[in-house]
Unconditional design. Structure first.
Length: 276
């Protein structure tokens, strides 16, 4: 399934349906791994200039006839367009192919009902840091997915970052609430930290710069460190110091723990409601 560089086999035919932000990030990741554009087909009504330019390197862009029989079909369209998209790609799913969906809220059951009987399907939830190769994706397979198909799906999804697998699709709503929506929580932290800095007397531009650099730097330290997050927090906190004074507020009974629990719970409930 892989060549000497660790990328998915160049002989594997990939169809990408939807090349917006997340689909485009996957495509860029595959190209970065050395996948031959000539083995890929993209179906995207409004392709970006970089994607259109790949056509000169052999990529099939919006073919007029469904003549491509794919080994992997990756569906990256908006969930509300799913019925139309799935109706159009049925003929592209070859026997033995795996369909990978990154559509939020669209269940394995929904996908199976719209695709040819017995289709191997992987439902996946990536997040926006995929755009810089630092995303994390959680994936769940249906019973038809074979070990080689799971390996191929893993390699394709790993082009944008880490991949975790679960066996219980019911966990996907909580996954969506934690990692799918989670980047927005971190961005909000940077916003609120900057506003608090302004209220403490800092110029707005300086407060924004300090907050941005602090959040991104702490995130990179977390990424590189082998220490658990609690230890990293303790390492910044001197007894009786300024950090301890702030954490007394954030870790109070009505502090960040309670707010985050409520936020994740609300996002989980919303995810379930959207999935029907």
């Amino acid at each position: 399934m892989s060549n000497s560089s660790g990328s998915p086999s160049l002989a594997v035919n990939i169809v990408l349906v939807g090349a917006g932000k997340m689909g485009g990030a996957l495509l860029e990741g595959w190209i970065g791994l050395g996948v031959d554009p000539a083995t890929m087909t993209v179906i995207e009504p409004q392709p970006s200039p970089p994607i259109a330019a790949l056509a000169a390197r052999g990529l099939r862009l919006n073919p007029s006839a469904p003549s491509v029989r794919a080994d992997a079909v990756v569906i990256a369209v908006k969930p509300q367009t799913a019925p139309q998209a799935l109706a159009e790609i049925g003929g592209l799913v070859a026997p033995g192919a795996v369909v990978i969906s990154i559509m939020a809220g669209r269940t394995l059951g929904f996908l199976a009902a719209a695709l040819p009987p017995g289709t191997a399907i992987v439902r996946a939830m990536p997040n926006t840091p995929a755009a810089i190769g630092r995303g994390i994706t959680v994936a769940v397979p249906n019973p038809q997915v074979t070990p080689p198909q799971r390996d191929l799906a893993h390699r394709l999804l790993a082009a944008t970052g880490a991949v975790e697998w679960i066996g219980d699709e019911g966990l996907m709503d909580a996954v969506t609430a934690v990692s799918g929506s989670g980047p927005a929580y971190v961005f909000l932290l940077a916003e609120t930290l900057a506003r608090a800095g302004e209220k403490a007397g800092l110029p707005a531009g300086l407060a924004a710069s300090l907050a941005r650099a602090t959040v991104s730097g702490a995130g990179e330290l977390l990424n590189r460190s082998t220490l658990d997050v609690a230890t990293l927090r303790h390492n910044v906190t001197s007894p009786g110091g300024t950090t301890a004074a702030a954490l007394d507020v954030l870790m109070a009974a009505d502090g960040l723990d309670t707010l985050m629990e409520r936020a994740v719970s609300a996002a989980t409930r919303r995810s379930r409601a959207l999935a029907g």
